[in-house]
Design a protein around this ligand. Structure first.
Ligand code: 13P
Length: 238
């Protein structure tokens, strides 16, 4: 039995008190899978200090490395100094709302690796691209442009049309895409230790089916991860 990765992306939700209570309950629970929580950024260092048995994650990092005069930003080094070992980079909400390019995301991912923070690099096509038969080439290009030269990392495939919509790709489509991504990553010299996860409308009805597919090491969950009972159930699936 392989532990699966469940990444809870809380985005810009919850109060600090709610997050604290949620994490307190989580520490009282036994579960099978590996949990990484990406809480709102202002709570990150506090939660990671209070809950040493839980693993936390940034939702973004600066493209600027190290420390310096850079008001409002936080680097991968500052995450590491707060004992945070992971960060999401290039979520589609960053790509779309903040016009982040794949080149910029690669820079961020490289900075993460330099600080020994594992980047969770997101890729995913929009609906118009999906309808075009070429979408697999689009994905591979996005992946190639976003990946750092070498390093251990996580790639999250999150089709934009599946985020927050309740719609997920069909099983055969997921199998095919993850095979393509896995093949690409295996034969490229880019990274050595890579996990592949799926994100977009993961819920209690579909998680088991997704986790059972080949080449999928876990899921990244938005809305359903805000519900304590649902998250705990997801953590117990085999
Ligand atoms: P939902 O699970 O709410 O569709 O969000 C997915 C996502 O963006 C995770 O990063």
């Amino acid at each position: 039995f392989m532990k699966k990765l469940i990444i809870a992306n809380w985005k810009m939700h919850m109060s600090l008190d709610d997050a604290f209570e949620f994490c307190t309950k989580l520490t009282e629970q036994q579960y099978n899978n590996q949990l990484i929580i990406a809480p709102p950024i202002p709570y990150l260092a506090y939660l990671s200090d209070k809950f040493k048995s839980l693993e936390f994650c940034g939702q973004n990092v600066s493209q600027f490395a190290g420390q310096g005069s850079c008001t409002g930003e936080y680097s991968s080094l500052l995450l590491k100094l707060s004992k945070i070992n992971y960060s999401i980079v290039g979520h589609s909400e960053r790509r779309n709302l903040f016009q982040e390019s794949s080149e910029l995301i690669r820079q961020k991912a490289e900075n993460c690796l330099k600080a020994q923070v594992t980047p969770i690099i997101c890729i995913g096509e929009d609906l118009a691209t999906r309808k075009n038969n070429n979408y697999k080439n689009f994905l591979l290009k996005q992946l190639e442009e976003s990946l750092p030269e070498v390093g251990s990392l996580i790639v999250a495939y999150e089709p934009i049309w599946a985020i927050g919509t309740g719609i997920i790709p069909r099983k055969e489509e997921l199998i095919e895409i993850f095979e393509v991504l896995n093949y690409y990553l295996k034969q490229s010299q880019v990274a050595n230790n890579i996990s592949l996860v799926y994100g977009g409308s993961v819920n209690l009805d579909n998680i088991e089916k997704i986790l059972n597919l080949q080449n999928i090491d876990g899921v990244m969950v938005g809305k359903s991860s805000l519900d304590y009972q649902m998250l705990v159930q997801m953590l117990s699936y085999k």
